[in-house]
Design a protein around this ligand. Structure first.
Ligand code: ZN
Ligand code: ZN
Length: 386
């Protein structure tokens, strides 16, 4: 926990969930996905069942978690009863299901054997899909504060680590340094294994660091993030490895970078409350298509971030949702040319009524210019949206 950060509104989440019960056709919900249990009541243990009715909630876990669960429920200030049981809590779940009422289960996360056993207890199981995940899209001030802090940590690590690129490190060595600097700057954990794609490896959007030596003339795609209280940041910058020592990009490198950077600005510029998610994707795609790079943009434009690094909403050509103020999403177009390399630029932004506010602030450009204000909170692109 980070007591100096704005508190999260965990205690309101169960009520938000209950307001969905009518439309889901349930009177109770059996929550089994650990990350959803964490979001609803603060419990971070690996073994838990959250039994939610219209007016009660009970966390069932085992004796290993007696102290931790009590402390986490107290810290979250939630009205959740704690039930310490032996084993997996099968009896408590069975008692819950045997009450004669429609009870939702998290269909995507139940195993076949759990489902079989639950069906023996209740004839009124209702499969729900992404119910808690849908609620998790909207972030409260405490969650946004954690995502901001995590993003600041990544900004600091980027500024500290990029100068090291001129020393021709291997991708693996550079990735380790980036991870190390995030931990030194206060990360509880990393959002995911940092992506370091140099030269031709940059053409793979999810390049894992290899033993390839990074040459001064390489473009390097760096995609990484830090976690604070479970909330993970996400940012990508593409740089010219030797830029700080005067290496100049080739025309092809510079053109590719300019196209992606323009696409990313175009995407960020349309993000606002009430805008269709698909419009953000279309804005990025149009800029790249205009420069003959439609085929080079091989993935979706963005995704929500939070307790999971890829969560709802997903911004792509298939998106059907509408952005709402309080969502935190990434905008990350890229262009990948096999054998040559790739460019991706990614910021995480908080959707607001009039536009959006970036929470990743690292300088952009093939040769990023670091100033004393690099990690300050002023949004570098804020004037796009005023
Ligand atoms: Zn990323
Ligand atoms: Zn991302």
């Amino acid at each position: 926990m980070s007591p100096e950060l704005t508190a999260m509104d965990t205690d309101h989440r169960l009520d938000r969930l209950r307001t969905e019960f009518d439309s889901e056709g349930v009177d109770a919900l059996l929550v089994t996905r650990p990350i959803n249990i964490r979001w609803l009541c603060g419990f971070t243990g690996s073994n838990g069942r959250l039994l939610v009715t219209r007016d009660t909630a009970r966390l069932v876990t085992d004796a290993r978690y007696t102290e931790q669960a009590a402390a986490e429920l107290l810290a979250a200030e939630v009205a959740v009863e704690l039930d310490i049981v032996a084993g997996d809590g099968g009896q408590a779940v069975s008692d819950f299901l045997k009450v004669n009422r429609p009870t939702g289960i998290e269909a995507r996360h139940a195993t076949v054997s759990e489902h079989r056993s639950w069906q023996e207890q209740s004839s009124q199981l209702v499969a729900t899909e992404g119910l808690v995940e849908k609620l998790r899209q909207l972030k409260d001030d405490g969650e946004i504060a954690r995502l901001r802090r995590a993003s600041e940590i990544a900004d600091v690590a980027f500024a500290t680590t990029v100068p090291f690129l001129v020393e021709r490190p291997t991708e693996r060595r550079f990735g380790a340094e980036l991870d190390h600097q995030m931990r030194l700057a206060g990360a509880d954990d990393l959002s995911f294994e940092s992506i370091v794609g140099s030269g031709p490896n940059g053409a793979k959007p999810h390049a894992r660091p290899t033993d390839r030596v990074i040459e001064p003339t390489d473009l390097v795609v760096l995609d990484f993030g830090a976690k604070v209280d479970g909330y993970g940041s996400d940012m990508t910058r593409t740089v010219l490895a030797g830029g700080a020592q005067g290496t100049e990009p080739s025309k092809r490198q510079a053109d590719l970078y300019d196209a992606v950077a323009a696409a990313q600005r175009a995407g960020v510029a349309v993000v606002a409350d009430g805008v269709a998610e698909v419009e953000v994707d279309a804005a990025c795609r149009q800029v790249l298509a205009d420069r003959g790079l439609a085929e080079a943009f091989t993935h979706g434009t963005g995704h929500g971030i939070g307790l999971e690094i890829h969560e709802q909403p997903i911004l792509s050509t298939r998106s059907v949702g509408i952005l709402r103020a309080g969502l935190v999403v990434t905008v990350e177009p890229g262009a990948y040319l096999p054998g040559f390399g790739g460019v991706r630029v990614e910021d995480s932004v908080v959707v607001t009524g009039s536009g959006c506010e970036p929470i990743t602030h690292s300088p952009k450009g093939l040769v990023p210019e670091f100033t004393a204000s690099t990690t300050e909170r002023t949004p570098p692109n804020g004037d796009d949206h005023e």
